[in-house]
Design a protein around this ligand. Structure first.
Ligand code: NAD
Length: 241
């Protein structure tokens, strides 16, 4: 689980652990990852914290080697580590563009590629990428972010086709309006409107929670979702239909 120290990644870690999975919490926030793994272990689950920046290929491979050693071969990869950015298109520097692509897209590539061999060997695998509704509808001042998440959606579909015959599914969840530290920080900086304004734009009439994402993710990771692959499962309160 990448980005497992916070927000929806943390909620997904809790949910997958409750469902009996051993959970590796990969996050560049080492203390946050350790806190999450300790919480899971205290609740009687098997968990491991790996302080890892998903943009660092060697670090990802080291982390996954430790995961294999301590928890066994990897059957599920959920990628939630992400970097949000709001800048007018004309002001996006090449460095900013590259950083957003590096974390959101290349980081996803590194993490999925690092575990695909385990899934092929086991003839079973579940890949769930966390993309974004901004890629479905196009969001102003987020051209870099939107491009990175659109590429994650496309990448997930291509993975689904490439590995469908091997018992491996790949699906993506593009969230919208989920109350997490990331969205709160964007509200605090004035890049997103306040919760009351956001709520009015959501047909179900509330913000989403990490648990809403975790429930969909857990289903996609289950055995009974084996006939579902290459799909874009919006968890957005009806904001994108
Ligand atoms: N909150 C929303 O409404 C929303 C909407 C659309 C998409 N998303 C996407 O959902 C995902 C999770 O977001 P969240 O809202 O839970 O945010 P969050 O900030 O609460 O959690 C993101 C986690 O990713 C980690 N992370 C960031 N860069 C990393 C890196 N380079 N290597 C390893 N870990 C890294 C952070 O340390 C953090 O723990 C992100 O990919 C985000 O783009 C969120």
């Amino acid at each position: 689980m990448t980005g497992g120290a916070s927000g929806m990644g943390l909620a997904i870690c809790r949910r997958l652990a409750e469902e009996g999975h051993r959970v590796a919490v990969l996050d560049r926030d080492g203390p946050g990852a350790r806190k999450a793994a300790e919480e899971l272990e205290a609740a009687g689950h098997r968990a491991l914290a790996c302080e890892t920046d998903v943009t660092d290929r060697a670090a990802v491979e080291r982390a996954l080697a430790e995961v294999r050693d301590r928890l066994g071969p990897v059957e599920i990869m959920v990628t939630s580590a992400g970097l949000v950015a709001f800048e007018p298109f004309a002001d996006i520097s090449p460095d900013s563009w590259n950083r957003v692509i590096e974390v959101n897209l290349t980081g996803t590539f590194h993490c999925v590629q690092a575990v695909i061999g385990d899934m092929l060997a086991g003839r079973w695998g579940r890949i769930v990428t966390i993309s974004s509704s901004s890629a479905q509808r196009g969001s102003p001042r987020m051209v870099h972010y939107t491009a990175s998440k659109g590429a994650v959606i496309a990448m997930t579909k291509a993975l689904a086709r490439e590995y469908a015959a091997h018992g491996i599914t790949a699906n993506t969840i593009p969230p919208s309006g989920i109350d997490t530290p990331m969205s709160r920080a964007s509200q605090a900086s004035g890049d997103l409107p306040g919760s009351d304004v956001m709520t009015r734009a959501i047909p179900v009439g509330r913000l989403g929670s990490g648990e809403d994402i975790a429930a969909a993710c857990a289903f996609l990771c289950s055995d009974e979702a084996g006939y579902i692959t290459g799909q874009v499962l919006g968890v957005n309160g009806g904001a994108v239909i």
